[in-house]
Design a protein around this ligand. Structure first.
Ligand SMILES: [Zn+2]
Length: 373
């Protein structure tokens, strides 16, 4: 008969392997002299920095707050001034919070849509603050929320969008509230705005979206960006190649990074190629960066050169984008899971169940035989 203890141990080993693959991380120098193109307009780090400064005036931008409303008003006015069309997605979350995604569409209209996304919300609690007294304060989120947002605002001004394309800049609400009581939905409580956005696209619009680029935590000092593991490999390759051609391979480093639950995941789950440009560890070895989810995520701990590095790479990537080069591939992690882990688990489970019942039947039969003897 099957040993129940062995069965339980095996079950937990398999469960651990599953968990590792499905939820790996639920936490969770630039050269200004490079001639980027012959155009007059290209990404300006001072303009991007001024957006980050403005963002810091509204911060903390927690969901369902006056600061949230005021910041969205600022962003809307800005996009409309540069000729972009602004739409809002407004909805009430399960905890009654009123949430808002801002969608700004480029004046250029084309069949193919590129999504540039960032979350603009700040975490309600600085629960990683070294000072326990400050852990109930909100995170200023100048790097975690502000940096991606500021880069997108400046990109919208300078982007020269290739024919047949249009760009949608989407500022997502409620990415950063995971693990806080009352904040469920999205992906384990994270990515609520981006999940809502993707789930409310009809099939026609979905088929027009060719790729999504998410920027998050890209404003810190001594920025390095590893290749986030859920991101679509061909999209990563192309962006990293552009970075290399601009001499920025010291920032976009050729290293496989961790898997991060972020606003790119809802797109990937719908089969849209997507990448998360995010710092995953800093020079001190901290996950993301030293001040992540603390009250020290402030302007003083950000660097305009980091905004520039990311902005100029994304600008160059989009201006030369060739949609046929980007294919939706299953991420190697997921492929390994579906090809190896899942079938193995299925076979093992069927085997255990069969043995459990079969052995029981055999035992009863044997008992009957020995009794009749
Ligand atoms: Zn965060």
């Amino acid at each position: 008969m099957i040993d129940v203890r062995k069965f339980v141990i095996c079950f937990f080993i398999i469960l651990a392997i599953h968990t590792t693959f499905i939820f790996p991380n639920t936490l969770i120098c630039y050269r200004s002299s490079i001639l980027v193109s012959n155009r007059e307009l290209s990404f300006n780090k001072d303009v991007a920095w001024s957006h980050l400064e403005n963002y810091s005036y509204y911060s903390p931008i927690v969901p369902n707050s006056t600061n949230n409303e005021l910041f969205l008003r600022y962003a809307r006015k800005y996009f409309e001034n540069i000729g972009w069309r602004v739409e809002f997605q407004n909805w009430t979350h399960s905890n009654n919070a009123k949430l808002h995604n801002l969608i700004a569409k480029s004046p250029e209209k084309g069949e193919n849509v590129i999504i540039l996304g960032a979350h603009y919300d700040n975490r309600i609690y600085a629960d990683k603050d070294p000072d326990p007294q400050k852990r109930t304060l909100p995170v200023p989120g100048i790097n975690d929320g502000g940096s991606g947002t500021a880069i997108l605002l400046e990109l919208a001004r300078v982007l020269e969008i290739p024919p047949s394309f249009e760009v949608w800049v989407v500022l997502f609400d409620a990415e950063d509230q995971g693990g806080i009581p009352g904040w469920s939905g999205g992906i384990n409580g994270w990515c609520i705005g981006s999940t809502y956005f993707v789930n409310n696209l009809n099939s026609t619009v979905l088929s027009r979206i060719k790729l999504a680029i998410i920027l998050d935590i890209v404003g810190g000092k001594n920025l390095t960006i590893q290749k986030e593991s859920y991101s679509t490999p061909s999209l990563i390759d192309q962006i990293w190649n552009v970075a290399k051609s601009l001499g920025m391979d010291n920032i976009f480093v050729d290293e496989t990074g961790i898997s991060v639950i972020d606003d790119h995941l809802p797109f990937i789950r719908k089969g849209i190629p997507a990448v998360d440009i995010i710092q995953q560890k800093d020079q001190y070895g901290f996950t993301f960066f030293r001040w992540h989810h603390t009250t020290n995520d402030t302007l003083q701990n950000c660097d305009k050169n980091s905004l520039y590095s990311v902005g100029i790479v994304i600008e160059n990537f989009i201006e030369k984008v060739n949609v046929s080069d980007i294919k939706f591939e299953e991420n190697p992690t997921w492929s390994f899971y579906f090809i190896v882990i899942f079938p193995f688990t299925l076979i093992f489970t069927v085997y255990c169940i069969t043995r459990l019942f079969f052995d029981k039947d055999m035992e009863i039969a044997n008992r009957r035989i020995s009794k009749s003897n």
